[in-house]
Design a protein around this ligand. Structure first.
Ligand code: DX5
Ligand code: ZN
Length: 228
């Protein structure tokens, strides 16, 4: 599959929650393709973030797809609530459920995209039995739980492996990379095979969030035309 586009998904974890509507409008102006929403339960990851009501509010505030990243154990318990709140894609961690196939089916029954995420220490091989049926594979490039961490290069190899598997078997999933993405390393991620760049700190902790999104898109699009 030849790749024709790269999208940026700003992670609102790094946004000013007291001004979320304005923050969303800024990244829309910058050309964001999706809004990445990090849900943390204080158990799967050592942090608590936001939940269903925030997704429902965001659904009213933007037309962009809501890319909901569940960092919670037993995500199957919350699929319906996030789907009804307006999630466009729900991504669950391979490490967070004993019943990955079941939870992916449950997500798809709501006619929304099903994604699967892997932590830095989880190999791509752990996903072999579900790759043919997911819409998204999220490769964590930091250990999940916090924004503002440094990119772990181990992610690049996994992104490349996923891209090769997708080409070989004609899978349809898109590849998303999440954690520590900046204008400096975005090109490496795209050259490896990433289709969607999640970025929190490098977008919202700047004076010009729209400009930061534009820059990431520009770097990504340039990288698409370069040889691997
Ligand atoms: C980490 C989250 C990421 C995070 C990205 O647990 O899944 O989406 O918000 O933030 P930055 O870009 O700051 O690493
Ligand atoms: Zn995330």
């Amino acid at each position: 599959m030849s790749r024709t586009r790269v999208e940026v998904a700003p992670s609102i974890l790094a946004a000013n929650f007291a001004n979320l509507g304005d923050e969303i409008r800024s990244v829309e102006q910058g050309g964001a393709g999706l809004i990445h929403v990090d849900v943390m339960d204080g158990r799967f990851v050592p942090n608590i973030s936001l939940g269903v009501p925030v997704v429902a509010s965001l659904r009213k505030a933007t037309r962009l797809p809501l890319d909901v990243h569940l960092m919670i154990i037993e995500p199957e318990r919350y699929v319906e609530a996030f789907a009804e709140a307006g999630a466009s894609i729900v991504t669950v961690h391979q490490e967070a459920t004993c019943h990955l196939e079941r939870v992916l089916s449950a997500i798809q029954q709501h006619k929304i995209g099903a994604g699967v995420a892997v932590n830095p220490a989880t190999p791509v091989a752990a996903l072999s039995e579900v790759l043919e049926r997911v819409e998204l594979v999220l490769v964590m490039s930091v250990n999940p739980g916090f924004g503002g961490q440094s990119f772990l290069p181990v992610a690049l190899r996994k992104i490349s492996q996923l891209r090769e598997l997708r080409e070989r078997y004609h899978y349809r999933f898109r590849i998303e990379v999440d954690g520590g993405i900046t204008a400096e390393n975005a090109a490496d991620a795209v050259r490896a095979g990433a289709d969607i760049l999640v970025a929190g700190t490098s977008v919202f902790h700047t004076p010009d969030a729209a400009g930061a999104v534009r820059k990431l898109i520009q770097v990504g699009v340039e990288a698409l035309t370069q040889k691997v």
